[in-house]
Design a protein around this ligand. Structure first.
Ligand SMILES: NC(=O)c1ccc[n+]([C@@H]2O[C@H](COP(=O)([O-])OP(=O)(O)OC[C@H]3O[C@@H](n4cnc5c(N)ncnc54)[C@H](O)[C@@H]3O)[C@@H](O)[C@H]2O)c1
Length: 318
């Protein structure tokens, strides 16, 4: 008997993130098969596109999904709504046992930044994909933390205002809290700060991220640069437009010439600065919206890995 090589998934949320993810899955070469697109706005562009592309749709939210005839086939549900809506969706879906990949910053499940820690959480029923800023910067902090103790990491993420839908705007506080927490628990920083900018420039600008890390003591600058370059290369396997805007910068602070930090006092060591730019694949919004790609590509790659591992465990032939 031949096993079906596809792995049915659903998306809740037919806005910017959900629609970009839908297009990526439909253009992918498996194993994910988009079995449902779920929204609450029957007039949304995302639901209309899904219907045009032959994807089963419902505008009745999570209840509409639960009532779809193929619901029991669905292995994993992506949630691209908002943190508040995700909490409600999770309450309805958790009892069914279906897996959820949460693209909102609700942070119910463990944080997943696939290039850093996916293997730790492959079996979690609810996995949180942090934030676009987190997917772009946590790996860089983790790369620096491989070379020394990161006593403080600060990131600044700038996305074009046009690419932030109402769901994103409702979740600015959650963005800050979730990104900050992931910089520590996944990135390995002892303290952290996250800043987000909705850039109103028109024409819109590409997503930019700046990562500052304070590393105590002597740091091997060549090793830090190598680890960051290697991390960028790994992220490029799923986001080709992610790149360092310029070479990694290093600034040294000695005990005679320390950096004064209001909360913690004098710091001596090295400040590592990485400046990143993300050009999107323009699957839904134009290429300036790399913030969509860094999140949806990380989520798709995570789901593909879960699908492959689940089927290996089940002894399925692919
Ligand atoms: N835009 C980005 O760059 C970005 C990047 C990473 C993560 N995120 C996160 O993704 C989420 C969505 O952001 P967005 O920019 O796509 O917002 P958006 O407003 O464009 O999309 C949200 C969609 O969810 C739908 N929705 C809301 N409640 C729902 C419910 N209960 N059931 C079904 N559908 C529901 C809305 O109708 C809308 O179509 C936010 O939590 C945001 O923080 C956004």
């Amino acid at each position: 008997m031949q096993h079906n090589p596809t792995w049915p998934v659903a998306i809740i949320g037919s806005g910017n993130i959900g629609t970009d993810l839908m297009i990526k899955i439909l253009r992918g070469d498996g194993p994910l098969q988009l079995a449902a697109m779920v929204g609450i706005d029957p007039d949304s562009d995302g639901l209309a596109r899904a219907a045009r592309m032959g994807v089963p749709t419902t505008a009745e939210g999570v209840d509409g999904l639960l009532n779809m005839p193929n619901f029991s086939d669905i292995k994993l549900v992506f949630d691209a709504t908002s943190a508040g809506a995700h909490r409600a969706n999770w309450a309805r879906l958790q009892p069914t046992g279906v897996r959820m990949l949460d693209l909102t910053p609700a942070a119910i499940g463990p944080y997943c930044v696939p290039v850093v820690n996916l293997d730790e959480h492959l079996h979690a029923q609810n996995l949180n994909m942090v934030t676009c800023g987190g997917q772009a910067t946590v790996p860089i902090v983790a790369a620096v933390a491989e070379c020394g103790i990161v006593s403080y990491a600060e990131i600044v993420s700038s996305i074009s205002a046009k690419s932030a839908g109402p769901g994103t705007r409702a979740n600015i506080d959650e963005f800050i809290e979730t990104t900050c927490a992931a910089l520590q628990s996944v990135g390995g920083a002892q303290r952290s700060k996250a800043v987000m900018i909705l850039n109103p420039a028109d024409p819109p600008l590409l997503m930019r991220n700046t990562v500052y890390c304070l590393v105590g003591g002597d740091v091997d600058q060549a090793a830090v640069e190598q680890h960051i370059d290697a991390m960028v290369t790994r992220i490029n396997t799923y986001v080709p437009g992610y790149r360092l805007k310029q070479r990694v910068q290093f600034e040294s602070f000695t005990s005679e010439n320390p950096l004064y930090i209001p909360e913690t006092g004098k710091f001596s060591g090295t400040r590592v600065t990485a400046m990143l730019e993300v050009t999107g694949a323009a699957h839904y919004l134009p290429a300036y919206a790399g913030n969509l790609d860094i999140m949806t590509s990380a989520a798709k790659s995570t789901a593909e890995t879960i699908a492959h591992r689940t089927r290996e465990t089940a002894g399925a032939t692919t």
